[in-house]
Every structure is written in C-alpha cells, then in structure tokens.
Design a protein around this ligand. Structure first.
Ligand code: 6OG
Length: 322
C-alpha cells in the first residue's frame, strides 16, 4: 500500500535584513510555526539601494547569516534589477508559489493595499499578517542611525554632564512632551515644528508648564493648542534632562497618549502627520529621540540625560530603561 505523503506547507517571508536583529529572529520563529518549510525572500542590494540608498551589509553576507539560522530552510535572493523602482517581491512570490506569505501589514501608510495582496489572491497564497506581533522591538534603520551617532560621539571629547542638581544658577525649565502612539495601526503622530525652539524638526507635542497648572494639565493643553485634539488617556513614560552649551537646562516630562478625540489639525506651531513605526523620521528629529523613543514605543519607562554642544550635537548621554 502506498502511504500518502502529506505535502509540506511552504511559508515565505521577505525583507532586507540589513542588518538582521532580534525582531527579525522572532518573526522568523513565528512564521515557521505556520508551516513546515520556511523560505526567506531576501531583498537584494538593488532593492536596498532603492529603499535607503545603500546596502549596509552585502547580499551574500546577509544570505549566509540567514542560512545559518536554525528555523530557516532556504534563502533566495530577490530578483530586483539595478535601478529598480519595485518595492514589492511579487515576481519572487510568483516564482516560488509558497502556501503562505507571512508578512507585516497589508497596507501602505496611505491605506493602499500592498502589491503582494493581488498576487497572493491570484495564486491562492494565503497572506498572514502581524506575525510575531508585539510591536516593533528593533529596526535595522534604528540600529544604523544609532551606530552613526555613536561613532560621532566616540570621536569627540566627552565633557562630564552636569550634576543633576547643578544648574549653574540657570533656572531649570519643566516641559512636557506627548507621544501619540496608535498601537493598533503601528503608527505614531508627530508634528513638524513650524517656529520657535526646535523649529523644522518632527517631534511630539508639548511645551512649558504655566503657573497654576499641573504638568498633566499642561501636556493636555499643549496638545489642544498645537493640534486641536483632546487627550483622553495618557500615561507617564519617563523624564529626559537636556543640557545645552549656553547652560540652559530643560526637564522634559514624557507622556504616551493612547486615546484622544478630534482630528489632528495644523496650527501656527505644528503640522501633524502619522508615521508608520518603520518610517519614523529620526534624521529630521532631535538627535536624542532615536535613543529613547523606540523604548517608549515598546512600552518601557525611560530616564535620560543628554548634553548638547553649540550645534545641538550630543556630547554625552546616559539612559536608563525600566
Ligand atoms: P515649546 O518651546 O514648543 O516646547 N523638547 C525636546 N524634544 C525632544 N524630542 N528632544 C529634545 O532634545 C527636546 N528639547 C525640548 C519639549 C518645546 C518642546 O520641545 C520638547 C517641548 O515639547 C533637546 O513650548
């Protein structure tokens, strides 16, 4: 009697993995559980040039690293040609025809379905979303940005940061900063500061605490003034101390807003915009943000101190993460 062999279930995932990090590894382990064979469609160097202008690690090295991971059965390089404008892996899915395509979201930030949706529909490939859910724990671009900052800091003379209570006679100002995190849609609301301190940078919403109000009241008022929304639920997520070369010291109390009413509106001070967690514009934000914001978005409490030079470059910092 011929024993009926069950056809193995092929699960495909795709990505640049440049460089690979803990979030990728968790995602792979979860994806493998959906079937029997895990195939990684590895975006080649041409795709990375389109995505971010360069490959941090060459494709052959990325491939070898992935192949050495126990749950990965096969790695295929994507077929993107030089000068490609194609962000998708549709051609590779067509060639591979897996049973399952396990990949992040099904929509771009502008709510247009990703092109893979149509190909998977056509070929009967099941699309599975939110594999390894639990938020974005790490990101290749965050790692690269942090690495660039670190190289820069290490090459400078490090000054001792001011003692916590030594404000050199300068009054320490207390400010608020609210991060709007829409966990369900994996996005964050930032505002382009149009004037004053921090102009031309994306940031959260907040400002000075005025006489007679609590810090929380100040945070809620600023959100209303800057983007016309009413905060309904927010949590304290930490405190940051900033010291500038002119001796100015700011203590910024951080809040994470999870519920609010009203549609964010542009004001004279701020132009709001949602960013997917993968596309937070760290290079156009205060340089400290890349150090602490990922932890806050991951649900951690933080406490940090940053010392800036006259060009707002970080000279020294310390960060505690709960
Ligand atoms: P107004 O001047 O608009 O309040 N803030 C900072 N935010 C980040 N992410 N990094 C910094 O590094 C910051 N320094 C100040 C606090 C200024 C707003 O900018 C925040 C306030 O929300 C130096 O009233």
């Amino acid at each position: 009697m011929i024993k009926e062999q069950k056809k193995p279930i092929i699960v495909a995932i795709s990505g640049g993995f440049d460089p690979i990090h803990i979030g990728h590894v968790r995602y792979m382990h979860e994806a493998k559980k959906l079937g029997n064979i895990l195939v990684v469609i590895l975006n080649n160097d041409n795709w990375l040039k389109l995505k971010k202008g360069h490959a941090f690690m060459p494709q052959d090295e990325r491939k070898e690293v992935l192949e050495s991971i126990a749950c990965v059965d096969r790695v295929i390089l994507s077929s993107h040609e030089e000068g490609t404008a194609d962000y998708s892996v549709c051609a590779d899915l067509r060639a591979l025809k897996p049973d399952i395509f396990a990949n992040g979201g099904d929509r771009k930030p502008d709510d247009v379905p990703v092109p893979e949706v149509a190909v998977c529909d056509e070929l009967g490939i099941q699309m599975v979303y939110n594999v390894g859910a639990g938020g974005k724990v790490q990101s290749s671009s965050w790692l690269e940005e942090k690495c660039k900052e670190q190289v820069f800091i290490d090459s400078r003379v490090i000054r001792q940061p001011a003692d916590e209570n030594d404000t050199h006679g300068m009054p320490k100002k207390i400010l608020t900063l609210c991060i709007f995190h829409d966990q369900k849609n994996a996005r964050v609301l930032l505002g382009m500061k149009k004037r004053g301190f921090g102009a031309n940078r994306w940031n959260g919403f907040g400002g000075k605490v005025e006489g007679g109000e609590t810090i929380e009241e100040a945070a809620i008022r600023e959100c209303s003034e800057e983007i016309g929304v009413e905060v309904q639920k927010m949590d304290t997520v930490g405190v940051l101390n900033f010291e500038f070369s002119d001796g100015k010291i700011l203590e910024v109390r951080l809040f994470k807003v999870s519920e609010f009413s009203g549609e964010p509106q542009e004001s004279e001070e701020m132009k709001p915009q949602w960013f997917s967690l993968a596309d937070i514009p760290y290079t156009h934000m205060w340089p400290d943000d890349i150090y602490w914001l990922p932890h806050v978005l991951y649900g951690k409490q933080i406490q940090g101190k940053f010392l800036f030079d006259e060009s707002d470059v970080i000279q020294d910092y310390s960060l505690e993460i709960e």
